[in-house]
Design a protein around this ligand. Sequence first.
Ligand code: ADP
Ligand code: ZN
Length: 620
Amino acid sequence: MNVQAPGLEQARELLIKFYGYPDFREGQKKIVESLLRGSDTLGIMPTGGGKSICYQIPALLHDGLTLVVSPLISLMKDQVDALTAMGIQAAFINSTLSGREVNDRIRRAQRGDLKLLYVAPERLELDWFREEMSQLPISCVAVDEAHCVSQWGHDFRTSYLAVAPFVDSLPQRPILAAFTATATPQVMDDIVRLLRLREPGTFVTGLGRDNLAFHVLRGEDKKAYIMNYVRERAGEAGIIYAATRKDVDDLYQRLRDAGLAAGRYHAGMSDDERAESQEAFLYDDIQVVVATNAFGMGIDKSNVRYVLHYNMPKNMEAYVQEAGRAGRDGDPSQCILLFGPQDIVTQKFLIEQNPQDEERKRNDYRKLQQMVDYCYTTRCLRSAQLDYFGEAHDDTPCGNCSSCTDERELVDMTVDAQKIFSCIHRMRERFGATMVAAVLKGSRNKKVLQYGFDSLPTYGVMGNRTEKEIVEIINVLISEGYLSLSEGQYPVVRLQQLAAEVLKGQRQVMQRIVRHATAVSGGAGGRRSRDAYPSAVNETVFEQLRLIRRDLAAKEHVPSYIIFNDATLREMSVANPQSEADMLRIKGVGEVKFRKYGKPFLDFFLNQTGDPVPVYDDDF
Ligand code: ADP
Ligand code: ZN
């Protein structure tokens, strides 16, 4: 090689010019460098971590074209709209286009008028498309949502298996880049193997985005909580996930009846209805969407301030991905999971309903159990997430999650724990939590009597508690590793080494059992996150800027985040820009965007009466 590869400095210049961001995030730097060196690259980043920039900037620096494999039509369109708004030559090819439009775009690519071309994976299986692509100078193939190639992921798509043969069919092998938010070792192995990445540089970026406050709430009146929360957060965008269509419809109706600007989204609605909900949300016409997990992949709305889970999702991967749709702009946001024991029943039902082989079923049950453990843990939730995804971290608690901010007293539960362990032992570790609880409670239920458990010395020794309470305690003991649960539909509780130590009196068990009367209320949360904004944010100005953006979005027919995101408007409201140069200094204002959308915002500031406050000393 005698040509000097483009470096990070050049990449940064483009980042400033087009995107208006002063620098790459830590995780982005390494990935961009790796791609600029020409290495195959696997980038693992949380939703909102900034994956797209990682291949978009190298695409501008490499000769020829970068082909982006992307799973969803709406996602492609959003990305291409955003790129076009910034002045970057990009297009997509998918089934929404006529044959003629497809040809036009291929011609554009042939003329060298495109730097990025987005395509759906299905297209790579078509002979004529492969033929056309082999005529183009493709320097890089970037595979978005790469976990779709793995059966172990949560969105397996057969057509992703077509990527590797497609790449092999090209006359010259391009650089291969793969991106995902899912970092379980199984999935990562599959990505490397099935996409045939060659000695890829692998970069995992922190899953825990510091701006997200994770909460798990158990035992809430879920509906009342949600109504209250959304009401107190009026004016802020949020998503509420529910497990079933019925729950979605029900919550949606309640919110509407309460006069709140809500929309809904699930697979039972028509394509048009769904597109309408999604648009209304993107354009800020509605504040909150109640949805099943069908809603999401492809929602690049950056100012989502909260994601509430009305039900526990099926596994941690799904949870982290859905919750991660909050706060993509980096502003403080809340992710609240409302857990109830019924959620476990629902998820088991869904696993049983889904026809699949035994191995995958076992895998699903194992992941479900890990999700349940998360809901019961008293540890820092962020640490728990990092552990789950196998990410190294120090043991400093985040200080921001519901465990870290839990003000309830720790209660010594050693005696209760001993009763439970002893009972499990006497029942020969062959029953589930409900049965153990029934025996401890002293229930006369048929099964208890049939097995003769009423003659055990532990029968009725926890008669002062309800069976539900006992099950709760058992669940916490499971999540903390004193007990284990076997896999399958009817899991059995077994004793672990830690439990033996407790029985021998060598170890104490501390739990937070009583629920605090003032768990995170929507209001308190709201105030807390507000405090984290720079104090100088002028809320009135910010609101006015949002209105300008809304009008402009309607006029230009683009979602508002494509114009400027909330973080950018907020910075503007503080900076009080008085010139183009001032504007360009604001994060998220690039040159092209300023030319396209900047004027009404600058005019607003120039027309403000009163003394303009000099913000940057070096202007004078
Ligand atoms: P992902 O695809 O990983 O979910 P995106 O690529 O959509 O995330 O980026 C999420 C948000 O972060 C977007 O609003 C994007 O503009 C912003 N962003 C990305 N990189 C940077 C950066 N270096 N500086 C500031 N904001 C950034
Ligand atoms: Zn924490």
